[in-house]
Design a protein around this ligand. Structure first.
Ligand code: HEM
Length: 248
């Protein structure tokens, strides 16, 4: 898509079989789709495969834009994902992070994806399903879809703090160059939930430990494609305790 966009520009019409598909890949074009003409683009395409896994498009992610979707979204936000609810899950977050940090004190190298997936799924399962029921199969991952300035292939997240020197680029759906959670009516309702968890996990892991990459000078940033984009290689790190975890 990136190579095609370089050749044909930021708005392309592709015919995927019999499905006409518009691909936009600039800040301005994303803004047109997700803000100016948001209502016209507020239903997701429903292929037979997606229909089969989404109860015929009755779930919140694939429900066509309309009353049924509105009701689902209202429940999800008020019952689970509002700022107030997210704040109320603080104890669960802190307990799970403390447990994960305590488990990292042996200074043996740790496979981070497995460890972080377990942490996120445990914390999420406790708030979504209640304390007694845990399901380890939930996976959360980040995808940054648009890159301003510089070489988009290079991993350099600080680029979003530099734009125009006027402060950080907002990632919450108002700056159309960085849309990890989308924008507009169908934007991710889990954003506050995710941010609260990611911030605490990252801050705790960086506060309590220095992290050593055993034997590798530069990380391999080759990506692999799935429902989300992620690094292909695992991330093996050795935690060196800096500030001991209380009680361990
Ligand atoms: C790092 C983690 C996450 C990222 C990067 C992410 C990103 C996204 C993106 C890009 C969309 C599509 C937005 C659009 O169409 O404009 C989306 C939709 C959605 N996300 Fe997330 N998400 C994350 C975690 C979560 C979590 C933890 C939950 C729930 C607990 C969640 C619930 C949803 C739902 C229900 C939708 C569909 C909303 C709708 O169609 O109305 N997400 N997410």
């Amino acid at each position: 898509m990136r190579d095609l966009a370089r050749r044909h520009g930021p708005v392309m019409l592709l015919r995927m079989g019999e499905l006409p598909t518009v691909v936009v890949s600039s800040r301005e074009a994303a803004r047109e789709v997700m803000k100016v003409h948001d209502a016209a683009f507020s239903s997701r395409p429903l292929s037979p495969t997606v229909g089969a896994i989404s109860n015929g498009g009755r779930d919140i992610i694939f429900a066509p834009y309309g009353e049924h979707w509105r009701q689902l979204r209202k429940v999800a936000i008020t019952e689970l994902l509002s700022a107030r609810r997210v704040l109320s899950f603080r104890r669960v977050r802190e307990e799970e992070v403390a447990a994960a940090a305590a488990a990292s004190t042996s200074s043996a190298a740790v496979e981070m994806r497995a460890r972080l997936s377990a942490l996120v799924s445990d914390a999420s399962a406790r708030v979504l399903l209640g304390d007694r029921c845990k399901d380890r199969d939930m996976r959360l991952s980040t995808s940054v879809r648009c890159w301003p300035g510089g070489d988009p292939e290079e991993f350099r997240p600080e680029r979003f703090e530099e734009t125009g020197g006027a402060g950080e680029v907002d990632f919450k759906g108002t700056d159309f160059e960085l849309l990890p959670f989308g924008a507009g009516r169908r934007m991710c309702p889990g954003m506050m939930f995710v941010v609260a968890n990611v911030e605490l996990v990252l801050a705790s892991l960086l506060f309590h430990f220095d992290w050593e990459v055993p034997g590798v000078a530069k990380l391999d940033m080759t990506e692999t494609l799935g429902v989300t984009v992620r690094r292909k290689a695992g991330l093996l790190l050795r935690p060196i305790v800096r500030v001991p975890v209380p009680g361990v």
